[in-house]
Design a protein. Structure first.
Length: 261
């Protein structure tokens, strides 16, 4: 009799342990699913949607983008590849860009922009904001630029005023904020009532204030004065643009939240 009771108790214990293991496995699976949803490129979480974020790139089409000075998206030079918006390099630097710069169809005034990028060896590119479209000028003529560059293998990466994350030629960024070549970098740009902030891989790089005496002084001593004496008078609203500098560069997870009116 005692053996029968012990046997039954053993069966009950085994069933209990199996049930616990199954429950734990289920919980882990649910957690993994949530993590995968958050990490999946070119998507928004429900929290982001509720907070007002929108995707600027769906990972499949060029909807919402067109070429600078064009009515549509370039038919060469830029491609959609494996969920990324890619500029195909020509090997000839800025002079050899095939597709030209691209920009959003819509203008933005106050916003926070987030995106991920990676660059080819020795590559150079950039993200422009508050950009204007002018028939006789390039996109960089009157727009601040967040620099994208291979710090180790491109000459621009040698100094902080031109390295990855900097506002090119105006505000420096620490050279160690960028990830190793081949890895994705998480970048952000905030523009609000003249205040501009650049972020890279979770690190705030600097804060600038447009149209102030300090801003004007920086522009006055920069190379921008050589080709545009009015560069300091940045527009209050403009396009977001990605540069074709003749090198391979990839973008994904491009999302934006407008801030007020």
């Amino acid at each position: 009799m005692k053996k029968s009771i012990l046997f039954l108790l053993s069966l009950v214990f085994i069933a209990f342990m199996v049930s616990c293991k199954s429950s734990t496995t289920s919980e882990k699976t649910d957690e993994d699913s949530v993590a995968e949803e958050i990490a999946k490129p070119n998507t928004l979480t429900q929290a982001e949607i509720d907070d007002g974020w929108v995707l600027l790139f769906d990972g499949k089409t060029s909807t919402g983008w067109r070429g600078y000075g064009m009515e549509s998206f370039p038919d060469s030079g830029w491609i959609i590849q494996d969920g990324t918006l890619m500029c195909k390099g020509s090997g000839r630097g800025e002079a050899g860009g095939v597709g030209g710069d691209i920009m959003t169809v819509k203008k933005y005034k106050w916003f926070e922009l987030k995106y991920e990028w990676k660059i080819s060896e020795g590559g150079n590119s950039g993200v422009f904001y508050l950009a204007q479209e002018r028939d006789d000028q390039r996109i960089w003529y009157a727009a601040p630029e967040m620099q994208i560059v291979d710090n180790l293998n491109h000459p621009d990466g040698r100094d902080e005023i031109h390295c990855a994350g900097s506002m090119y030629g105006l505000y420096p960024a620490p050279k160690d904020a960028v990830k190793p070549l081949g890895e994705w970098n998480q970048a952000s740009i905030l523009v609000f009532k003249g205040t501009v902030e650049h972020g890279l891989n979770g690190q705030k790089l600097f804060q600038a204030h447009l149209w102030t005496p300090e801003w004007n002084a920086r522009v006055d001593t920069s190379k921008f004065m050589e080709f545009n004496p009015d560069f300091a008078n940045v527009a209050e609203e403009g396009y977001i643009g990605f540069q074709d500098h003749g090198d391979d560069v990839w973008f994904r997870n491009i999302k934006l939240k407008e801030l007020g009116k």
